[in-house]
Ligand binder design. Structure first.
Ligand SMILES: [Zn+2]
Length: 180
C-alpha cells in the first residue's frame, strides 16, 4: 500500500475501525509502506518512500477508505490500527478474508528489512496463524494478489510490495517452524 502524504489534517478522533467481517479469515497479507504510484500532478509514475511509522499510521487511520490491522516499524515495534475482527481495506478483492500487515520499508527491493523488524513480523504471523488457523499457503505478499498494471504506465505492475528485499520464504520458515 502506498500512502501519499498530501491528505488533509486528520480529525481529532482517528478512524481506526472497519465494518464487521462477513467471511472467515484465512489469509495474512504483507505490505510495505513505500511503493510506486501515479503522481496526480504529472501523470507519471513516482516512487513513494517509507515515512515515519507515526505519520503513516495516522494517515491510514484517518483515510476515508483504506485501513490496516498492524504496522511494524524498522525497530520491530508493532502497532495495531483496525481490530482483526473488522475489515480493513488494504488489498484489492481479498480484504474481507484477510489480515493486513504493513512494514515500514521503501518496498523497492533495495531498502533492507532490519533483523528486529523481521523477527517482529515472524512472531506476529505465527501468533495470528495459530489463533486463526491460517495455513502457510494463506500468507501472501501484496504483489502475489494484485496483478493489475499501473494506470499511468501499463508496462509496470501496480503493486510490487513488500519487494524483493523481503525474505518471504525465510519469514514463513520461522513463522511455521514447529515448537516455537
Ligand atoms: Zn501493499
Amino acid at each position: 500500500m502506498v500512502l501519499v502524504g498530501a491528505l488533509p489534517a486528520p480529525p481529532v478522533s482517528a478512524r481506526s475501525h472497519g465494518p464487521p467481517r462477513k467471511v472467515p479469515i484465512d489469509m495474512i497479507v504483507i505490505h510495505s509502506t513505500g511503493g510506486p504510484t501515479c503522481d496526480t500532478a504529472t501523470g507519471q509514475p513516482v516512487w513513494i518512500k517509507a515515512g515515519p511509522l507515526e505519520d503513516d499510521l495516522r494517515i491510514i487511520g484517518t483515510h476515508p477508505v483504506l485501513g490496516i490491522h498492524y504496522m511494524i516499524d524498522r525497530d520491530g515495534t508493532v502497532r495495531g490500527s483496525v481490530p482483526e475482527d473488522q475489515v480493513a481495506y488494504h488489498v484489492f478483492t481479498y480484504s474481507q478474508r484477510s489480515i493486513g500487515i504493513e512494514l515500514v520499508n521503501d518496498g523497492d527491493g533495495v531498502d533492507p528489512f532490519p533483523e528486529a523488524q523481521l523477527q517482529a513480523v515472524t512472531a506476529l504471523i505465527r501468533d495470528i496463524a495459530r489463533r486463526r488457523g491460517i495455513s502457510r499457503e494463506g500468507v501472501k505478499r501484496h504483489s502475489d494478489l494484485d496483478r493489475r498494471r499501473m494506470s499511468c504506465d501499463n508496462s509496470r505492475p501496480r503493486k510490487v510490495d513488500p519487494g524483493a528485499a523481503f525474505p518471504f520464504n525465510a519469514v514463513l520458515e520461522g513463522a511455521f517452524r514447529e515448537g516455537n
